[in-house]
Design a protein around this ligand. Structure first.
Ligand SMILES: [Zn+2]
Ligand SMILES: [Zn+2]
Length: 332
């Protein structure tokens, strides 16, 4: 138990305000940090999210879901508990949940990253007494190269493949990562094609005013000659023979923080691994914990035991909070 929150079978719960954060099961009142499947589950009676993420969450949960939205920083009250949402910089609409009750401020980070992403509002660190941080990449080996250098490498790989007459297949998570990468591609190199799951999210991003280069759903492609020299963005789940068959001459790459680890690159058997993550790296996690000013730290997701141990060595009152179950490598 950290900062007035308790862990229950349904997930992280605020008893004073009577709401759950990213509940694991259907509940009365759910506060959702962002629209990734391991945080936003269908079936709850009502939802609250950041306005920037409303269209995405509605697309994920369906038109019947009852969703209320708050602007970043806007205050709501639940049973005398002050509740507000603040940018987490993870994907569009991602939010940290700030809870203030009887003078005690608790912030739940959700997933976050500290580097800029043109497709969402940047992380706004919050001062608090208790901070619950994710730790997906909470090991010192995880340090990200500069995102602009990685984007330059992706564009160079694409250009080289085009010159060799190959299709560039880039695997990236359909929600967030794919759009962040799209925003950094150089459309002068060639056509950009998308898997259906990516194109669906692109439409939501564009409707929200995010500028992305022109894309075409690969299933709509008439002129097969365009495949040579094209870049295709697809979710990792599309990497199976039935879907890949249409690209006879190809180079495959995967864009993920996991590409930092050679074993993951080998397991994916891709030609290239680009290290780009929508989660904070080790330095970002430590800096964000420090910026919170909190003495009480809860750690969830990923390498929680390792990060808790490190924080305790630094004098923090830290413990693991298993608020969300890991869902394989999805969305990382
Ligand atoms: Zn996420
Ligand atoms: Zn997550």
């Amino acid at each position: 138990m950290k900062g007035g929150l308790v862990m229950t079978a349904s997930g992280l719960y605020c008893p004073a305000g009577d709401f759950y954060i990213d509940p694991l099961r259907p509940v009365e009142r759910a506060v959702i940090t962002h629209a990734h499947a391991d945080h936003a589950r269908a079936g709850s009676a009502s939802y609250l999210c950041a306005r920037e993420g409303l269209a995405l969450l509605q697309a994920r949960l369906g038109p019947d879901a009852r969703i209320e939205a708050l602007a970043y920083g806007e205050k709501a009250t639940r049973n005398g508990v002050a509740l507000s949402l603040h940018p987490a910089g993870h994907i569009r609409g991602s939010a940290q949940v700030r809870i203030a009750h009887k003078g005690l401020v608790t912030v739940v980070s959700g997933d976050y990253k500290t580097v800029t992403d043109p497709t969402c509002t940047p992380l706004a660190p919050q001062r608090c007494h208790a901070f619950i941080s994710e730790s997906t990449f909470g090991l010192p080996i995880f340090r990200w190269p500069r995102a602009d250098a990685v984007m330059a490498a992706i564009n160079a790989w694409w250009r080289e493949n085009r010159e060799q007459g190959r299709t560039s297949i880039l695997f990236a998570y359909a929600l967030g990562k794919a759009q962040r990468i799209l925003s950094g591609l150089d459309p002068a190199i060639g056509p950009i094609l998308t898997h259906g799951a990516v194109e669906k999210i692109n439409r939501v991003y564009r409707r929200a005013g995010v500028v992305l280069p022109p894309t075409q759903y690969v299933g709509d492609l008439q002129d097969r000659k365009l495949l040579r020299g094209a870049l295709v963005i697809a979710p990792p789940s599309a990497d199976h023979p039935a879907w890949m068959r249409r690209f006879p001459q190809r180079s495959r790459a995967f864009a993920s923080g996991w590409m930092r680890i050679r074993g993951h690159r080998r397991r994916r058997a891709v030609d290239r691994g680009f290290i780009i993550s929508d989660h904070s790296d080790w330095d970002g996690l430590i800096a964000t914990v420090a910026a919170s000013g909190a003495e009480t730290i809860g750690i969830t997701h990923g390498y929680s035991a390792e990060m808790v141990r490190w924080l305790q060595e630094q004098g923090y009152d830290a413990e693991a909070v298993d608020a969300t179950q890991r869902a394989g490598d999805e969305n990382r």
